[in-house]
Every structure is written in structure tokens, then in C-alpha cells.
Design a protein around this ligand. Structure first.
Ligand code: ADP
Ligand code: CKP
Ligand code: MG
Length: 313
């Protein structure tokens, strides 16, 4: 039995060792990632337990994902090995054409991870957890994966959702809007993690106060609104918190949002207030963007505390 359960596709990441167009990159560094796996690691670094419901292929990368997940303390009981397909991978192009930004190139269509389905969702396991998490990525990768999220959300005591709209994974932005809005309308979300780009697509607003008002009408209790380099905001009832981002050398921003989301949700579930949870989320995301890899630098609560006390920019 675990505190938190996430559903999604873990992936093997090949991160460019040098920046620039992929065709000129000669060396790639392997990391284990995927939004929900990153989220789980952040939950665990903040001292709650977390399980991942997922599928991987019967191949070396699938074994790599399971072993890495176990080593990070993720409950892997419900990571199924699917003999019918392969483990999804992706490459990261860094710093081109936009300095300090990354582009993800996926090789995942038809992967084992995208074959996640409602039969992978165990009722007793879901009901024993305090919170179920997923993202717009899982809603996008296949109908069966979307149905798995719906089954888990149906059984959940409470839920968090990161909108994470990846245009490459949707047939159209209209489809993304319709699917994510239908989830928001159907289920009360304890913590919604999103940003102005996704909110523009979903609700046609970007202003944080407008966004909170509209999401609240849809049953969202707490809103974590990420503003990239500017920082992030968090809303709960009449509380509105903002924390500025730190100026650091960005190696690869991939995974920042997941580190922030998992940290925030874990601390929030432990009764910390939104300001505290937000500050720790910012610390986690700031550390993650200084390196390649999405989750290795996600700090423990204590290390984030040190960051917040000692790091000044
Ligand atoms: P996502 O990774 O989900 O797209 P964001 O890009 O908004 O999410 O990043 C989440 C957090 O990571 C931000 O709130 C901020 O704290 C930090 N961050 C992201 N990009 C930068 C940057 N260029 N400089 C400093 N901090 C950043
Ligand atoms: O929004 P983030 O940058 O925090 O998400 C990064 C993850 O799952 C990354 O690990 C990648 O594999 C993905 O999002 C994705 O499918 O895009
Ligand atoms: Mg994100």
C-alpha cells in the first residue's frame, strides 16, 4: 500500500551530450524519465511512498526502467512487462533553435507504455492510496491509456492532474482541449498543475487569477500555475502565493514541471501550506534544470531546505 499512485508511460531518454541540432550530435547520455515517473521520484524524495502503474516492453530498456524505479524507491508491483511491444524512447535536442530550451523527439507510437489499459488498474490498490496522479500525456498516448486514467480517477479518494499538453501527441489541440476538459468536468481535482500555454488552449485565458477562477468553477481545489523562468504561483481558497524563479545556468529544462509537481503534492499531502510547498517545488525544479536528466537532482525535503536557506541569486 502506498500514499500516492501515478499512471503513465516511463521512457528511456537519450539526452544530447552537446547542444545543437540532433544531426550534429555524436554522443547521447541515457536517463530514465517520463513525466509520471519523475513525479513519483519527487513524491518519494519528500518522504511519502509512491507507486507507478505502467507498462514496459520485454527488453533491456524495460528492465532498465524497472530496476531504476526500484532503486529510487518506487513501488513497481504494477509495472507490467508487455511482451507484445517495445519500451518507448526519446531524444532531447538542447539549446537549438532556442537557447536554454529543449525539444523532445519521441519514438513511442505503439509502445508497451502506450498499451496501458483499464485492466492494469487494480481497484484495491487504487482505493488504498491517498491520491492518484496522471497527466495530459497519458490521456494523449492511446484510448486505452486514457481509459485507465478514467478508471483510476473514478475509484480515487483524491486526484492530481498535470495538463502537460504535448501537441506532438495529440491529433489536434481541439482534441486535447476536449479530452482534458471532460476530465476536469467529471472529477474534482485536489491539485491541478498547469501553465499559461495549456490554459490558453483549455480555457482561452492566461491571466493567473482568471485561470484560478475558471478552474475552481470546474472543481479544482488547489492550482499550481507554473511560469517558467519567472517562477510559479499557487492558489488555494483565498490564498494566493507567488515565488520567483532563480537565475541559474540552464542545461536542460525538461522535467522541471514534474519535479515541482511531485514535490508540491507530496508536501501538500503532509499538511504543509501552499507557500512552503511552492518554495520547495521551485527549489526542486531549479536544481533539475541545471543538469541533463529529469529526476536525479530532485532534492529531499531537507536538501531543498538547504537550497532555500543558502542559495541566493
Ligand atoms: P514545465 O517543465 O512543466 O514546462 P516550467 O517550464 O514552467 O514547467 O518550469 C517549472 C519551474 O521550473 C518554474 O516554475 C521555475 O521554477 C523552473 N524553471 C523553468 N525554466 C526555468 C529557467 N529558464 N530559469 C529558471 N527557472 C526555471
Ligand atoms: O513537463 P516536464 O518537462 O516536467 O515533463 C518532462 C517529461 O514524459 C519527460 O520525461 C518526457 O519523457 C515526458 O515529459 C513526455 O512524454 O514528454
Ligand atoms: Mg510539464
Amino acid at each position: 500500500m502506498v500514499d500516492v499512485i501515478a499512471l503513465g508511460e516511463p521512457l528511456v531518454q537519450f539526452n544530447s551530450f552537446t547542444s545543437g541540432p540532433l544531426r550534429f550530435v555524436n554522443y547521447f547520455e541515457k536517463h530514465i524519465a517520463g513525466s509520471e515517473l519523475n513525479f513519483c521520484i519527487a513524491v518519494i524524495r519528500n518522504h511519502l511512498s509512491c507507486g507507478l502503474i505502467a507498462r514496459v516492453g520485454n527488453d533491456e530498456f524495460g528492465r532498465n526502467i524497472i530496476e531504476y524505479s526500484r532503486a529510487q524507491g518506487i513501488d513497481t508491483t504494477y509495472i507490467k512487462v508487455d511482451k507484445e511491444s517495445f519500451t518507448g524512447i526519446y531524444f532531447i535536442q538542447r539549446g537549438y533553435p532556442i537557447p536554454m530550451k529543449s525539444e523532445l523527439v519521441y519514438y513511442r507510437r505503439g509502445s508497451a507504455g502506450s498499451r496501458l489499459s483499464p485492466e492494469d488498474v487494480d481497484e484495491k490498490y487504487i482505493k488504498s492510496a491517498r491520491l492518484i496522479h496522471s497527466t495530459g500525456i497519458t490521456l494523449a498516448i492511446s484510448d486505452s491509456a486514457k481509459e485507465a486514467v478514467i478508471k483510476a480517477f473514478e475509484l480515487a479518494e483524491s486526484r492530481s492532474l498535470d495538463t502537460n499538453i504535448r501537441p506532438k501527441l495529440w491529433s489536434s489541440l481541439e482534441k486535447a482541449r476536449e479530452t482534458i476538459l471532460s476530465i476536469l468536468k467529471k472529477y474534482d481535482i485536489e491539485v491541478l498543475i498547469t501553465d499559461p500555454d495549456d490554459t490558453k488552449i483549455l480555457l482561452d485565458v492566461t491571466d493567473p487569477d482568471d485561470a484560478y477562477r475558471k478552474y475552481k468553477e470546474l472543481g479544482v481545489k488547489v492550482l499550481l500555475y507554473k511560469l517558467g523562468a519567472k517562477g510559479a504561483m499557487a492558489y488555494k481558497d483565498s490564498v494566493k502565493a507567488f515565488k520567483e524563479g532563480y537565475k541559474v545556468q540552464v542545461e536542460d529544462p525538461t522535467g522541471a514541471g514534474d519535479a515541482m509537481a511531485g514535490t508540491f503534492v507530496s508536501l501538500y499531502l503532509q499538511g504543509k501550506d501552499v507557500e512552503y510547498s511552492l518554495a520547495h517545488g521551485i527549489a526542486a525544479s531549479t536544481l533539475v534544470i541545471t543538469v541533463r536528466g529529469d529526476n536525479e537532482l530532485t532534492p529531499t525535503t531537507e536538501d531543498a531546505e538547504r537550497f532555500l536557506n543558502e542559495f541566493k541569486t
